[in-house]
Design a protein around this ligand. Structure first.
Ligand SMILES: NC(=O)c1ccc[n+]([C@@H]2O[C@H](COP(=O)([O-])OP(=O)(O)OC[C@H]3O[C@@H](n4cnc5c(N)ncnc54)[C@H](OP(=O)(O)O)[C@@H]3O)[C@@H](O)[C@H]2O)c1
Length: 376
């Protein structure tokens, strides 16, 4: 575990959808509010022609799995992909019932928002778009955090332009800026919501203290933090706080950047530009060590007749009914596999048995519990 926290702080940070009603109930899905009036500017999720269930983040209803759009453009795990191909992936996700799309000003920077904006423009009223502010840029590169009210307003104007929309459904603070009181950030977002430029407020990787302070100024709809079978630090206290305050939880890196898809082993090597090199659980030593978890997941996925990535996502979904993972992908066949997570149901005893087994594995390169109390 050694210096993993220091490194982490450096890191900017259907198929066949024949899922039975019983399996969905076991997974605790909120059903669509198809009988309710739709508030102004709310996406019309009723037009979905798919079996993909919905969940609630605070009062915001979204598909129970969203699509992360970071790696489409940001040189994080792969070279940026052509816009026309990614527009097809994003629209293909809508065809499959995905209504929740995650982007950020810093992805690219700017280009992920442009892709999302172009892809979703004709479908705007059917989807929920989430984006994030909180960095400053020089010469097209992020050069630190900036959440001053004027900077937030400027960022949001740019987002609206790039996303080709008049409102951001879920506007997150990407990382807490130590120079700006969280109350000032929450107050600015509250004003933007009053003006109709944003509809809901979110935070990412904020400390418990800052979550409470922000929520007191304006209700926080969602917290977006890293959470997966490998990175479980937020089981410490954050999930309980979300439950207490009625905040939804959106796990980022839910498939551990492809590790849970069985894509890597100790011989995998990454280019210096890729995000993998900044992640402590992607050193050869950590991968070798953490294979024990993947082996366990392989056993369970064989037992359930699904793939390791499906088992991993289903496990996340089974933790709390207000969890909505946003696996990132640039490929529709991977999206199909990920949406197949809804084929998996766990009994309470299976969840216990699985947890007892994975908690025996001493993972390497993961965050220490104290990080939950700080703004990483
Ligand atoms: N708030 C934050 O600070 C923060 C930080 C990081 C990310 N995020 C958000 O969270 C989203 C998800 O996180 P992430 O993209 O970093 O990590 P992730 O979802 O755990 O992993 C994405 C990687 O896994 C691969 N993958 C996905 N499904 C696969 C499958 N079925 N089979 C094989 N490979 C698969 C993708 O490659 P292919 O393209 O080849 O499918 C991609 O390289 C991002 O897109 C972004 O929107 C937020």
């Amino acid at each position: 575990m050694g210096n993993s926290n220091i490194n982490r702080r450096k890191f900017i940070a259907t198929g066949a959808m024949a899922t039975s009603a019983i399996a969905l109930a076991q997974l605790g899905f909120a059903q669509s509010n198809s009988g309710n009036a739709i508030p102004k500017n709310s996406p019309n999720l009723q037009n979905r022609n798919s079996a993909l269930p919905n969940r609630k983040l605070g009062k915001l209803e979204v598909s129970a799995i969203g699509l992360g759009c970071m790696s489409m453009t940001s040189n994080s795990y792969n070279p940026p992909r052509p816009k026309n191909e990614m527009v097809k992936v994003i629209r293909g996700a809508v065809d499959r019932g995905v209504t929740f799309f995650d982007t950020a000003e810093v992805y690219g920077p700017y280009t992920s928002e442009e892709y999302v904006g172009e892809a979703l423009k004709p479908l705007r009223n059917k989807v929920v778009i989430a984006s994030k502010f909180g960095f400053k840029f020089e010469n097209g590169k992020s050069v630190g955090r900036d959440s001053r009210p004027a900077s937030i307003r400027k960022a949001v104007e740019g987002m609206l332009r790039r996303l080709q929309t008049d409102r951001i459904d879920l506007l997150y603070l990407h990382r807490v800026d130590p120079q700006v009181p969280i109350e000032d950030v929450a107050g600015t977002v509250k004003d933007l919501i009053r003006e109709g430029k944003a509809l809901h407020f979110g935070l990412s990787e904020a400390s418990l203290d800052n979550i409470r302070k922000a929520h007191a100024i304006h209700p926080v709809t969602a917290l977006q933090n890293e959470y997966s079978l490998v990175e479980r630090v937020h089981e410490n206290k954050t999930l309980a706080l979300c439950e207490e305050l009625g905040i939804g939880f959106v796990p980022w890196c839910p498939v551990v950047r492809g590790f849970m898809a069985d894509r890597f082993n100790e011989y995998s090597r990454f280019s210096d530009e890729s995000r993998f090199t900044a992640v402590p659980y992607f050193t050869p030593e950590a991968i070798r060590n953490n294979m024990a978890l993947l082996n366990l997941v392989r056993d369970w996925s064989d037992r359930k007749g699904v793939t390791p990535v499906q088992l991993s996502l289903a496990w996340l979904l089974a933790q709390k009914p207000f969890i909505v993972p946003i696996p990132g992908t640039t490929k529709l066949h991977h999206l199909d596999e990920n949406l197949g997570a809804f084929k998996v149901a766990f009994t309470p005893n299976e969840l216990k048995e699985f947890r007892i087994a994975f908690e025996k594995i001493n993972l390497m390169g993961v965050r220490a519990p104290e990080t939950v109390l700080k703004d990483v």
